[in-house]
Write a protein that binds this ligand. Structure first.
Ligand code: EPU
Length: 417
């Protein structure tokens, strides 16, 4: 199992190019199931999660040609309407094949994802929405079996805001009969990116970027070309790394307009941030100041940035309160950060962080994707060596993170075992 060995205390300077967004690429790849034509994608990140979804899509019969960050996919010969447990259990986003398969072929069998390190994460809202569109759904032997001759448009109000739930129902609605209204829809930029691709494929969607998506079903979708949006979480992660280590780094191929709250928090922490149309520069000269926040749905503070900002708060001047409202168990990094000398207490859904002058490197264990990123940030800021174990979590969602960080002067390398 690979590990990352980090020697902390290096200032970071130079440029990092941001990859396409994992959480946009995953639904967008599944949208290839909606048409018999070819969909051309660019800026697809090179990640384990992308490899996993491609494996599932290929098993289903999607033809995929990959050349670096470019993918051409053709859904003209789909012959297996199933996503098996062995793959779904490794990545919950596999549930995103359910809506497209059911809408185009009238049938799908997808394994229930099962438990997850950050919370129970049920998919009841995906099922509720498809049932409202007329699907017959039953769960048997760990699988969701869904059938519908033709999905029918209707008004769906999800109990809570769900990102992949919105994406699944949106994709299903593009081929349903009549009008579907998705109320309480997620407004995350990744949902918008998917919706933009679907429109390019011939879908009729209004309200894109709002919490009310209105979809007029069409008989068929066609091929299109699309560039995946920049990864705002990868962007935010590197911004936190620079804020924690000190330095001057410009992130290229980045979007500042989808990171407002995180950028405001970094400024509050003392970073100087300047932005252009497709770049963000961060300069940090002093010890960060502690910043408190509460995670919420977009455009609020992203839960996917909570752990990275917590790492920053660990070495900040002052105390902070970090409240997690999206997932019930997303504080697994706390005990590991404390092993590096951080002073964090948990009180229910709030972590109370007292900034310390310095962290000291130690072996730590990654528990989920964003927790791993927080340990890397802490390791970069700590004195001495930090060895981050179980970095397969990191490889799921970051495109060569250690290569990008060593390119700006970090002392970080992958240790193969
Ligand atoms: N929920 C339900 N029932 C459902 C769906 C969601 O109870 O049917 C609950 C969840 O348990 C959670 C809340 O609703 O408490 C929100 O979950 P959501 O469905 O929005 O999360 P998701 O779609 O499974 C996506 C991202 C996550 C990100 C969350 C929140 C993808 C592939 N994943 O997950 O990304 O944290 O939205 O923004 O888009 C990550 O990249 O590290 C990651 C975990």
């Amino acid at each position: 199992m690979d590990k990352l060995l980090i020697t902390g205390g290096k200032r970071l300077s130079g440029d990092i190019s941001i990859s396409g967004a994992k959480n946009a690429a995953l639904p967008i790849l599944c949208a290839g199931l909606l048409t018999g034509d070819t969909v051309h994608l660019s800026n697809v990140p090179l990640l384990q999660d992308v490899a996993t979804i491609l494996k599932i899509l290929r098993q289903i019969g999607l033809r995929v040609e990959q050349d670096g960050d470019r993918i051409a996919m053709n859904g003209g010969a789909i012959d297996k309407l199933e996503a098996p447990y062995e793959l779904v259990r490794t990545m919950r986003a596999s549930i995103l094949v359910l809506g497209p398969l059911l809408a185009r072929f009238g049938e799908a069998k997808v394994s229930l994802p099962g438990g997850c390190a950050i919370g129970s994460r049920p998919v009841d809202q995906h099922i509720k929405g498809l049932q409202a569109m007329g699907a017959e759904v039953h769960i048997e032997a760990g699988y969701i079996h869904a059938k519908a001759k033709k999905l029918k448009g209707t008004r769906i109000v999800t109990d809570m805001i769900t990102v992949t739930g919105t994406e699944n129902l949106l994709m299903a609605a593009t081929l349903a009969e009549g009008e579907t209204i998705l109320e309480n829809a997620a407004r995350e930029p990744e949902v918008t990116d998917l919706a933009n691709l679907l429109v390019a494929m011939g879908a009729k969607i209004t309200g894109i970027g709002t919490d009310r998506l209105v979809i007029q079903g069409v008989d068929a979708l066609h091929g299109a070309s699309h560039k995946v949006i920049a990864d705002r979480i990868e962007t935010g992660t590197f911004l936190c790394a620079v804020a924690a280590s000190g330095g001057d780094v410009t992130l290229t191929n980045a979007r500042s307009d989808i990171l407002d709250v995180a950028l405001d928090k970094l400024r509050e922490a003392g970073a100087v941030i300047t932005t252009g149309a497709d770049w963000i520069r961060v300069q940090m000269a002093a010890r960060p100041k502690a910043v408190s926040f509460r995670t919420t749905e977009y455009p609020g503070f992203p839960t996917d940035m909570q752990a990275q900002f917590m790492a920053l708060n660990c070495i900040a001047e002052g105390g902070s309160r970090v409240t997690e409202t999206i997932f019930e168990n997303r504080f697994m990094h706390v005990q590991e950060l404390n092993r590096l000398g951080a002073a964090i207490d948990i009180d229910g859904h709030t972590a109370i962080v007292q900034g310390v002058e310095r962290l000291v490197g130690a072996p730590v264990m990654a528990t989920d994707l964003r927790a791993s990123a927080s340990l890397v940030i802490a390791g970069l800021a700590a004195q001495g060596e930090t060895l981050v174990d179980r970095i397969y979590h990191l490889d799921r969602g970051y495109d060569r993170m250690e290569v990008k960080l060593s390119g700006v002067g970090a002392d970080i390398r992958r240790v193969k075992q």
